[in-house]
Design a protein around this ligand. Sequence first.
Ligand SMILES: Cc1cc2nc3c(=O)[nH]c(=O)nc-3n(C[C@H](O)[C@H](O)[C@H](O)COP(=O)(O)O)c2cc1C
Length: 166
Amino acid sequence: MATMLSPELFREVFGRFATGVAVVTSAGAGGSGGMTAKAVCALSLDPLLALVCFANEARTLPIVREAGRFGVNVLTAEQEQLAGVFASKLPEAEKLDTVDHHLEDGVPIIDGALAWATCELRELIAGGDHTIAIGEVISMGLGGGQPLVWYAGRYHAWADGMPPSG
Ligand SMILES: Cc1cc2nc3c(=O)[nH]c(=O)nc-3n(C[C@H](O)[C@H](O)[C@H](O)COP(=O)(O)O)c2cc1C
């Protein structure tokens, strides 16, 4: 049965689409930072494209725009606390100070990530109160562990019985 359209129901409907959790990072002359994101998606194999949806007010968005690059860091279940830091409004420059990381292609990559990719920004597309950033993958790698999962508005550990990757 269909119900009334509302932002609350929209959140609940799409909240049932379980996702992993990533931290999208960037660094440039204007500063560095990152944000926790679930609206991350593989877009194309040829060329290798990935997309991230940024809220227009996300402070990471102007950093990405200026740097022209961003990183996708897929988090492990052990990195839930880190997801909280990057979802917060801690001063942008301080977020990366809280976590061990290194640079790949000038992009901050979080140590211990389940998987990571660095992307060259190709396009920014307006989408309502969000902006879709499309990036071409320039390098990527795999870590190990179990994924952090976001479902129905909260974090979950990987379901029992599922084999860990890596
Ligand atoms: C699990 C989770 C997923 C999120 N996914 C997104 C997302 O895909 N896009 C987005 O703009 N914000 C997302 N957020 C909210 C941002 O992480 C949050 O607004 C953050 O403070 C943005 O940081 P910034 O302003 O330093 O860029 C998510 C938050 C959580 C907890």
